[in-house]
Design a protein around this ligand. Sequence first.
Ligand code: MCA
Ligand code: AMP
Length: 520
Amino acid sequence: MKDNPNLFAALRAGFPADLDRPAIETDTGLVYSWRDLDRASAMIANLLVSLELPAGPDSPPVVAAHTDKSVEALLLYLATLRAGYVYLPLNNAYQQAELSYFIENAQPGVVVCASRHFPWISTLAFQRGVRNVFTLDDDRSGSLLERAAAQSDVHEPVVRRADELAAILYTSGTTGRSKGAMLSHGNLLSNARTLQALWGWQPGDVLIHALPIFHVHGLFVASHAALLNGSTMLWCGKFDPRQVLAWLPRATVFMGVPTLYVRLLQEPGLNREACRRMRLFISGSAPLLIETFREWQQRTGHTILERYGMSETLMLTSNPCRTAEGERIGGTVGKPLPDVQVRVVGEGGPALPVGEIGPIEVRGPNVFRGYWRMPEKTAEEFTPDGWFRTGDVGRFDAQGYLSIVGRSKDLIISGGYNVYPAEIEGLLNEMPGVADSAVIGVPHPDFGEAVVAVLVPRPGAKVDGGAIVAGLKAAIANFKVPKQVFVVPELPRNAMGKVQKNLLRTEHAGLFAKAAAAGG
Ligand code: MCA
Ligand code: AMP
């Protein structure tokens, strides 16, 4: 197992010698030992292998998971790695339209879903040629575990090369459909090891795991760190600020999107005493407001470490962990990770001098292998000299800290979830009575940004914002649905006919600030 570049082999090597120690404690009172993780992931891996799934033309079989957060869902991920298959995690808020695309595009050999979704997901999957659909619920029930129970609890991780595919993460594009970012065992392991060293993981660390496990932040950054370090995780099935507060005195590390910090600050019990054992608070996935950064310092005595990443590149930059390496500067995302190169470029590609603003590009062992079965899209996103274009815009300061000042991609990040306006506009424009639409993000006190739609009705048509919202809620994940809809006679356009979203953003900038001030 020692020379096997399979990510699972490295994670398994991080388990402590005493396998009976607690690995995960849940908010429902369950305790899983390291031995439990090892045995249960072996049983699920053996089940996956027993299915004799055919490999695809260009990858091992894919296992798609649309499950609620549970330790068993994490075990399914570990089992997939262990079997040498490819894990495809899906946000469990996704509905029919979203899921049918992912299944059609990724062609998984196995789909695992919550039993309440089995009727529609199994129909959809079977129609698209998937032969194995299992259920998995967050109370340890479902056909996946029933079938795995009959399997051996011994399994040698399948040998994989570092450049072989370990996971696919779908990320939306500014135009067209979502693209599956292909991450290799080597991408994931190099990033996990770099962060383990940089963030000073040490014996005795205890992580509060409060994020969903279908994105990079919760599944890779948080879980890999704890597993690789043999650290106990305190596991929230769903983020609950009171539960996190109750656990803080036992914990040393916490990771969250900014919304989690905003919500924790609303808890009167959040103070220095509650954080007395804490070593590190990490924020990412969306910009952390400087007010949140400062308020956190005042209330807890801790300075949040902000870092920056993407599905395609995993983590790129981080503020320093140790004081000797520098200060954590609010409003910046820190310096490039030791093995990652990041540059801010100007027109035509040359790196810009300190202080100048331009697109951010990246190169390194963390950068993905390309988009699943979309070679042209992959080629578009890389420069001729091999740098990946992040779509974010930023500048470096004289100390080498990067600040993200905007995005060249039309993207809204709401509570850490990405929403691509083009997708929502496409759906709105097909709704009865709608002639045109613009979807924008505006400041929101809880979610950072909130989705807002501005619609133009067809001549003579009456458009009801409430009905539009209800229609969208039935079709797509709830977090993408506009929190407010405006109906206007026309959209502001420039001389080229392009919608001037900046004007709409300015017009509606105070929408939720006002609601918050009025207690709404
Ligand atoms: C829930 N709702 C949302 C969001 N979440 N609306 C907009 N944005 C959201 N993020 C909707 C619900 O559907 C519900 O709608 C209403 O808002 C209120 O729900 P609430 O109970 O407050 O929500 P919640 O269940 O508490 O969820 C909020 C949350 C969650 C805990 C902040 O969104 C979350 O876990 N976010 C983290 C996402 C994350 O892990 N991102 C990392 C991506 P209704 O009232 O209509 O029913 S990885 C990444 O970006 C990169 C690589 C990186 O750098 O890490
Ligand atoms: P995703 O495609 O879901 O992986 O989201 C990646 C995007 O999240 C990045 O391209 C950034 O726009 C954004 N992001 C991640 N971390 C940060 C951060 N610390 N500050 C600002 N934006 C961030």
